[in-house]
Design a protein around this ligand. Structure first.
Ligand code: SAM
Ligand code: SF4
Length: 579
């Protein structure tokens, strides 16, 4: 049985962690963890924190205060690694400064994660690195630290595992937020020709659904989490073959791809074993609480059988937002990438998703300048961006990774300047298409936003809140104390609210005073005295759903005005607020 997921504040008091059996060297150790890369790494750092706290170490958020520095790394592209090398040089200078004697080095530095897995020897050759630890060996960090501090020798554990999921470890999250990552599977079997993940993260394995449900229940009930983001390198390949799930889901003994247009180049024999699939995980987790949103990342387009799409469509609290990494709009490039689908198959999947889940938002990943990519192939990616119109896109130049199929068998022969020019063309096309789409579909719309906290540009004089729509679009809106607490009011009142909003739109453009005056008088007019007598403070809205009206929808971030506190039950489904 797992324990409740805790946030760091639960461990700030030393009383929580000190036990008489913990050695002094550990008790006086303060660990600083720095995390690079994807959400999976953020989630892994929460696991590492948990392991260390349990052993009696304390955690610090100040690098200068630490005597142990752990850098959790990403190896997906050259520049992700570049950042880590720079940080290692910096920490080496820090410890030179802190060196107490010629023999003693402070702080100890450990490199964790994908770079540790990929570059073990090279890292150990660095003066700055004391130990490396791969993504499946985090339970071994206390032993590695012990060895390093007692022998002054370098240590490493980069053994990959077939079954490690850290299912029994209760992650210690650093941020106090309404949203939490829950890792459901690890590794990837897909072997896309450009990608190092199968080599750094190992084979696919899924955590038992019962342990995921236990963790989810606890973070909903104890930590008041209102959004769960399910994580995995190939998250929709989730397949729990534990005994419990094999019995419960004995009828799921075949494997369904998105459609016949998709293929699985490296299908595992386990795929046909009975057990819980991604659709079952979605349904069970979503059923835990109707007001907790469910999202997931990062999926592969091949693993979206229709029942997953119908489940998303039919379940109000599963967000209508799909990440579908396209990588390239050219079928010939996709073949070289070993993605298992053509341009047409991908377009058909998008069409189906949009038909089954009306209003679904779609985000993507693109790699430009892959081996032998011609100008014509590049144009196919540009036209795909124009035609599909993504709501969000993560776009990268191809970066050669050792050990991959592409590194062994192909030439990284698109010159750097051409890669960069193509990348810019793809970004420009994506942005232009998105601005038009947002103006068409978002401007003037009412959306249900889960409030995460203060926006970056918020000041004491002008408090701005931020959150996301069901479609994962970021929204910024000014806090207003006279926000309606409950819009379950008569149809007439609703009409009035809409009318007021139109007037407010014309009047304000973020002038708080006008908003306030306007709201106050209209609220008085509507006789919603409770809002005036007991106004909400901004923090009251954190972790709450708020109905907003979008008043500016040019780029990535939407700007809005708040109307009312809301709920999925009342204003779902899929965040399209119907008045
Ligand atoms: N599993 C997801 C999928 O296959 O669709 C992707 C997860 S991967 C960790 C995140 C993204 O990094 C990929 O979708 C891809 O766009 C990008 N990426 C992976 N390898 C890369 C490489 N060698 N060069 C540039 N980008 C790369
Ligand atoms: Fe990498 Fe994603 Fe392909 Fe797996 S599916 S090899 S993580 S790109």
């Amino acid at each position: 049985m797992i324990q409740s997921a805790k946030s760091l504040k639960d461990f700030m008091s030393k009383d929580n962690v000190i036990s008489t059996t913990i050695p002094d060297t550990v008790l006086n150790s303060r660990v600083y963890i720095e995390t690079y890369g994807c959400q999976m790494n953020v989630s892994d750092s929460d696991v590492v924190r948990s392991i260390l706290l349990k052993e009696g170490y304390s955690i610090t958020n100040e690098e200068n205060d630490a005597n142990i520095v752990l850098i959790n790394t990403c190896a997906i592209r050259e520049n992700a690694e570049g950042k880590v090398w720079n940080r290692l040089s910096y920490f080496q200078s820090l410890r030179n400064k802190n060196r107490i004697s010629k023999k003693q080095k402070f702080p100890y530095i450990g490199v964790l994660g994908c770079m540790a897995e990929r570059l073990k020897e090279k890292l150990l050759d660095e003066e700055s690195v004391d130990f490396v630890c791969g993504p499946d060996a985090y339970r071994d960090i206390p032993r590695l630290l012990n060895k390093v501090s007692s022998t002054d020798q370098k240590e490493a554990n980069t053994i990959l595992s077939f079954d490690e999921t850290y299912a029994d470890i209760s992650p210690v999250r650093t941020s106090i937020s309404s949203s939490a990552f829950v890792s459901i599977m690890r590794g990837c079997n897909n072997m896309c020709s450009f990608c190092v993940v199968p080599f750094t993260r190992g084979r696919e394995r899924s955590r038992s659904l019962s342990s995921i449900i236990d963790e989810s229940k606890k973070i909903i009930e104890v930590d008041n989490i209102r959004e769960i983001v399910l994580l995995g390198q190939n998250v929709n390949g989730y397949h729990d073959i534990s005994e419990e799930s094999s019995q419960k889901y004995h009828f799921r003994n075949s494997y369904n791809k998105s459609s016949e247009l998709f293929s699985n180049l490296f299908e595992s024999r386990k795929k046909k074993m009975p057990g819980a699939r991604f659709v079952d995980a979605l349904q069970e987790i979503a059923a835990l609480h109707p007001e907790v949103r469910i999202r997931f990342t990062s999926p592969h387009p091949k693993d979206f059988p229709p029942e997953v799409l119908y489940t998303i469509a039919d379940t109000p609290n599963i967000c209508a937002s799909l990440h579908l990494p396209l990588q390239s709009g050219s079928t010939s490039v996709l073949e070289r990438m070993r993605r298992g689908y053509s341009r047409e198959a991908y377009f058909k999947l998008v069409e189906d998703a949009r038909k089954i889940i009306p209003g679904v938002t779609i985000s993507t990943d693109i790699i430009t300048g892959f081996c032998d990519e011609t100008e014509d192939e590049h144009r196919e990616t540009v036209t795909a961006m124009e035609q599909i119109v993504f709501d969000q896109a993560f776009m990268f130049c191809y970066s050669l990774r050792d050990r991959t199929h592409a590194a062994h068998n192909m030439n990284d022969n698109v010159p750097e300047d051409v890669k960069l020019r193509r990348l810019q063309e793809i970004i420009d096309t994506y942005r232009k298409a998105l601005i038009k789409k947002n103006l068409d579909t978002e401007l003037g719309a009412l959306r249900l936003v889960l409030v995460e906290g203060f926006a970056k540009k918020s000041t004491v004089d002008r408090i701005l809140l931020t959150g996301r729509t069901d479609g994962n679009k970021r929204v910024v809106f000014p806090y207003h104390k006279y926000i309606f607490k409950d819009l379950s009011i008569s149809r007439d009142t609703v009409q009035s609210v809409s009318r007021i909003l139109n007037q407010v739109d014309e009047m304000i453009k973020y002038d708080d005073k006008n908003i306030e005056n306007s709201y106050k008088s209209r609220i008085e007019e509507l006789q919603l005295n409770d809002s005036i007598d007991n106004p909400l403070i901004s923090e009251d809205l954190f972790g709450k759903y708020v109905v907003v009206k979008i008043i500016k929808a040019g780029g990535q971030t939407l700007h809005a005005i708040p109307i009312s506190v809301g709920s999925i039950e009342k204003y779902g489904s899929k965040g399209f607020v119907k008045l």
